[in-house]
Design a protein around this ligand. Structure first.
Ligand SMILES: Cc1cc2nc3c(=O)[nH]c(=O)nc-3n(C[C@H](O)[C@H](O)[C@H](O)COP(=O)(O)O)c2cc1C
Length: 179
């Protein structure tokens, strides 16, 4: 099968691209907005550079060209905590991808780095980031936000026992096991 992308619509492109480029990192991004802390999943993400240590998140727009809450919070507050999530957090991840469907519980938050929002307790990795730059991608409804990693929390058991969630295909949120 040969798919020629000049003939496809955006949703067909999404389907083809997410099947052809995989897996995608899944970052659960906590920011502080007008109504307190909130978290949402982002999967069009990756490492950009190690010196300085940069990661990127590609933000789509809501209908009516409205920017997402996480995008606004990163610009307004200049900080965010990007998490890898564990298998048992999958339902929460999916709920938090729907506006207004998920509320963070104070008991799940750990305030361990001064000057940054908290991290989520059960997540094996947390990247404490400052806002770095935004690239408005030419002819695309996407803004690439670049964040600089200032601190990394890593659970000691992470590489031995934890299988973080990642994205495969348009809707798959899975863990990758290599036996
Ligand atoms: C697994 C998953 C991955 C997602 N990845 C992205 C992404 O990379 N870019 C994006 O703009 N939205 C992505 N979304 C949608 C956002 O999470 C969703 O629009 C959310 O409501 C944004 O919340 P916010 O407005 O609080 O930032 C993803 C959703 C899910 C469930």
């Amino acid at each position: 099968m040969l798919i020629s992308l000049e003939k496809t619509n955006p949703s067909e492109n999404y389907d083809a691209l997410t099947r052809a480029v995989l897996p995608r990192p899944l970052l659960w991004v906590l920011t502080e907005g007008e109504e307190g802390y909130s978290v949402a999943p982002y999967s069009f993400t990756n490492i950009l550079s190690t010196q300085p240590p940069l990661v990127s998140i590609a933000f789509g727009l809501r209908p009516g060209q409205e920017q997402k809450g996480t995008y606004k919070a990163l610009h307004e507050k200049g900080k965010g905590v990007l998490h890898l999530a564990s298998e048992h957090q999958k339902d929460d991840i999916l709920k938090s991808g729907e506006r207004g469907s998920f509320t963070l519980n104070d008991d799940d938050l750990v305030h361990d780095v001064d000057g940054f929002p908290p991290r989520i307790h059960d997540c094996p990795v947390a990247l404490y980031c400052t806002y770095y730059d935004t690239i408005d991608i030419k002819n695309a409804n996407t803004h690439l936000v670049i964040c600089k990693i200032e601190h990394i929390y890593m659970n000691e058991e992470f590489e031995k026992e934890t299988h973080p969630l990642t994205c495969v295909g348009a809707t798959g949120v899975v863990t990758l096991h290599s036996e």
